[in-house]
Structures are given as C-alpha cells and as structure tokens.
Design a protein around this ligand. Structure first.
Ligand SMILES: *Cc1c(COP(=O)(O)O)cnc(C)c1O
Length: 260
C-alpha cells in the first residue's frame, strides 16, 4: 500500500487491516511516490491510496499524476472522495469531475458530508465490488445503513443533479469568506473544497478562538494535535451553499477578531 502521509485515519486503519506492507509517501509528493513505486517492483499487487480532498487542509490530490504513476508501475489506484462529493468538480462530481481524467480503480466516499445523510459507498469494477462483499470484514459484519438514510442520500444526489447552482453558490461563499479575511489569515493555497483552514498556531489560541466564536453563534471547531502536528492548530471553517452572504462576511470578521 502506498499511502499519503496526511490520509484520513480511516485510510490509515484500512491500510493496517489489509495486513499489507505500507509505504507512506510525503504529502502530495509525486516524486517521492514514484521513488517508492520504482523500488517496490517485487511486490505482486500494489495499491496507491489517497484522500481526494484532505480533511484538515482542504487541499487536493493530483489525481492525473497518481493515475499516470499507477499505469507506469502497474499499481491499482484508490481515491477517497469523502470531502469532494458534492463539492469539487463539475456539478459536485468529485475529483474525477474536477480533472476530467480517467477514473481510479476504486473511489470511496461518504454520504455523511455534502449529502447530509450517513453511510458510505465504493465505486469499482464488479470484480472488485464482489471481492469486497466477500472479504471486507468491516462491511460483512456491520449492519447495513437504514433505508431512510439511503433514500435521503439518494434524494440529495437528485438535488445535486437538478440544482447545480448549489455547488456554484458554495464556491462563491468560500471565495467570499476568504476574501473577507485579513490577508495574513488567508490560506496559502486557494481553497478547492468547502474546508478553509485558518491557522492559529498554538493549541490554546485555537481553542480560545473556537470558544469565543461559539459564544457569538459560529460553530467553527479548533483542530489540534493529534489531528494535526503540534503547534499547527487551526480553526477549520466549513462553508455551505445554505449560508447567506451577510453571515459569511460576519463569520470572517468574527474569526479575525477571535484570533486578534
Ligand atoms: C469523514 C471521512 C470519512 C468517514 O466518513 P463517515 O461517513 O463519517 O464514516 C472517511 N474518509 C474521509 C477522507 C473523511 O473525511
């Protein structure tokens, strides 16, 4: 398994459960991934796995580069679209929609984020799907999602298709939020998802800011160690298409004051 160092905990646990040898490559570092792939040719089957959009920084994997390396070194590819579904790409189709490239061998996702329900999904060939149904213990020994959750997710997908303005409005809200922040607090990279990290540094500074924001009616959690390295605590702002302009601008002002 070749796993990005900032992959979500569920991917880390999945790698461990697989029992396979795991190589952790530097975050979004395709040269490091290629080095490791070229050294590991003795392995019979290999899988490169990455978050599509990384949950703590909101940045995006270079899917075309990952797919090219997988082709070159005969490895399988897997992308977790949890934070990309309903957010990234044309009509919220995720990373594959964003890049308009080939599909990874496996795309996993959740119905608990943009789709507002719960449960998860895997998109893969029928062979891989059959393998998972037969061999994936966490799947086999879990109760299936409630019908209500599945219908809610299905309805959310229909809304996503018929009301594409929601994805555009979300992007506009993210841009409005970032441009309403003082320049020093803006993220280094232009956000490509609903997640905007605002760096606070010290753990106590992030926690105090989150508490002050909550008192003013803004639910903006502090993310700190062990979710992110020590000293890189941050406020994790998550925007929605349902936010109105005035609230987005007020939230940016409140964040600046809370960290000021
Ligand atoms: C949130 C998240 C999950 C877990 O989704 P659940 O539906 O809460 O189990 C998995 N992968 C990534 C990358 C996530 O961000």
């Amino acid at each position: 398994m070749y796993s990005d160092e900032l992959n979500h905990a569920s991917i880390v646990d999945g790698c461990r459960l697989s029992g396979a040898h795991v190589e952790v490559f530097r975050h979004r570092d395709m040269a490091d991934l290629e080095d490791r792939l070229s050294f590991g040719r003795a392995f019979r089957r290999r899988l490169v796995v990455s978050d599509g959009i990384f949950s703590m920084d909101g940045d995006m994997a270079d899917l075309p580069a990952i797919l090219a390396l997988c082709r070159k070194y005969d490895a399988f590819s897997m992308i977790d679209e949890a934070h990309a579904t309903g957010v990234a790409g044309r009509g919220g189709r995720g990373l594959c929609g964003h890049f308009g490239c080939a599909l990874p061998d496996i795309a996993s996702g959740t119905m608990s984020k943009a789709l507002g329900s719960e449960g998860g999904f895997v998109c893969a060939s029928s062979e891989i799907a059959a393998l998972l149904r037969q061999k994936a213990r966490p799947f086999i020994f879990s109760t299936s999602p409630a019908a209500a959750s599945l219908f809610a997710a299905s309805a959310a997908l229909s809304i996503l298709e018929s009301e594409p303005w929601r994805v555009e409005k979300l992007r506009a809200n993210v841009e409005l939020f970032v441009s309403s922040l003082p320049p020093a607090l803006r993220p280094r990279e232009k956000p490509v998802s609903a997640i905007v990290p605002v760096m606070a540094g010290a753990e106590a500074r992030a926690t105090a800011a989150a508490e002050a924001l909550l008192r003013r009616g803004f639910l903006i959690p502090a993310i700190r160690w062990p979710s992110v390295p020590r000293g890189q605590a941050r406020l994790r702002v998550t925007l929605s298409c349902a936010h109105v302009r005035e609230d987005v601008v007020r939230a940016a002002k409140a964040v600046a004051e809370a960290l000021g």
